[in-house]
Write a protein that binds this ligand. Structure first.
Ligand code: GTP
Ligand code: MG
Length: 393
């Protein structure tokens, strides 16, 4: 499963985001380092279900009237402070928890209501733009320290006649999610001495930085948008590539209200409808959230997850079925599965994603929308419904 990590300084709202997105109970508090042990759970990205192109909605538990929710892993780690890679704050063991993340959501307190260490201050007192860079820097230095720590093994390997730098570095960096392609591209990007013994700290840092950018891309979530000065959001947007204004607190309130049956709201909707009895106070609280949603097109929580997976990681959703006419599995369930695959994946890639046996036994594939056989080199697209014919099924 794709893994999304929430990172940021203490008290920015990571656990609130996590709780809203997973509906799991976690500790939230207006003080630094509320979270010590990482929380790991399942959330969803939202897309349009292919059943929208048919007469009836599919009724899958992950499909709400054509809004399809596809599972991804979400990780909530302890707050990071500048110097974390050398043990400051709760230290670098928390950076290690980012190892298997495919993408990082950097949760920033856009309200500027907490200082660099996450201690509460007056709204607007701290400049959130100052928080932007440190996460990248801490991650870069953390990765550099991993390379540094293991460099002796690279030097040792380099004495062997069949030494291959690419291969050795893939062994070293696969634990943080680097593929062969990442390593070969990184080595093309940086200048370095042929002999590993000649590498300097700067060479290793350049490698680490390049690998970090490839393996841990970052989306900035400007949280606490409900109380953030407009000015802060504007400046954050100027300072970073992608900034998604959000209110984790607001999303949490909406999800709880929806669960209690007093509002109709699906995560990622731009608005909600009140359908139950509410006290004046509850109503006022919800109307405040509605105002924030009107400004940004929603609470931003679902948007941030969707942006990370579909835009930044460039993934598509593909639906394997066994019956190409009814779009069902062997039990008659309509569109029972959704897989997230990198753009330009092929039917064979899908077969392997379903199961390695299905991949090994792959014969051909059928596009269930057209009920036509497709070539093995076809680049699959968002919303494709595909039947895999394999000796294994
Ligand atoms: N106004 C406002 N407050 C929020 C929002 N999201 C979270 N908070 C508050 O911010 C404080 C910190 O929230 P947490 O979710 O515990 O923050 P964290 O980043 O997990 O903090 P650590 O675990 O200490 O790193 C709490 O008081 C939350 O209620 C939001 O969207 N708006
Ligand atoms: Mg927390």
């Amino acid at each position: 499963m794709l893994s999304i990590a929430l990172a940021g300084k203490p008290n920015a709202g990571k656990s609130t985001f996590y709780q809203a997105a997973t509906m799991a109970e976690v500790d939230v508090g207006n003080y630094p380092f509320t979270t010590i042990d990482a929380n790991r759970g399942v959330t969803h990205v939202r897309t349009e279900c292919p059943c929208l192109d048919r007469e009836e909605r599919c009724g899958d538990e992950h499909c709400h009237d054509g809004k399809r929710y596809v599972p991804v892993e979400l990780l909530d780690v302890a707050g990071l402070v500048p110097g974390a890679h050398e043990g400051k704050g709760l230290g670098n063991q928390f950076l290690d928890e980012l190892s298997n993340a495919d993408v990082v959501l950097h949760v920033v307190d856009a309200a500027g209501a907490t200082n660099a260490e996450g201690e509460p201050v007056e709204i607007g007192e701290h400049d959130p733009v100052d928080d932007l860079d440190f996460i990248e820097r801490e991650m870069d230095l953390w990765l550099a320290s991993i390379v540094e720590r293991n460099w002796e093994s690279v030097e040792r390997a380099s004495r062997s006649p069949d030494f291959d730098l690419d291969e050795t570095l893939v062994d070293l960096l696969s634990g943080v999610g680097a593929s062969e392609l990442d390593v070969s591209r990184a080595l093309r990007e940086i200048d370095y001495p042929d002999d590993p013994i000649q590498w300097t700290d700067e060479d290793r840092e350049a490698l680490a930085r390049d690998i970090r950018e490839r393996t841990k891309p970052i989306v900035v979530v400007a949280n606490k948008a409900d109380i953030a000065p407009e000015e802060n959001l504007r400046r954050l947007r100027e300072a970073a590539d992608t900034v998604i204004p959000a209110t984790a607190d607001g999303e949490l309130a909406l999800r709880k209200a929806a669960e209690a049956g007093v509002i109709e709201y699906d995560p990622g909707d731009a608005d909600f409808e009140i359908v139950g009895d509410l006290s004046d106070q509850q109503q006022q609280g919800l109307e405040k959230i509605r105002d924030v949603m009107a400004e940004w097109g929603g609470t931003g929580i679902q948007d941030a997850l969707d942006y990370a997976v579909y835009d930044l990681l460039e993934h598509i959703t593909v639906y394997p079925v066994q019956n190409e006419t009814h779009w069902t599995d062997g039990q008659g369930n309509v569109l029972p599965d959704a897989f997230l695959l990198p753009e330009s994946s092929t039917p064979t890639d899908l077969a392997y994603a379903v199961h390695s046996d299905i991949g090994d036994g792959y014969l051909h594939a059928v596009d269930a929308r057209k009920e036509m056989r497709i070539s093995d080199e076809t680049e699959l697209e968002e919303g494709d419904v595909i039947k895999i014919v394999s000796t294994a099924n």
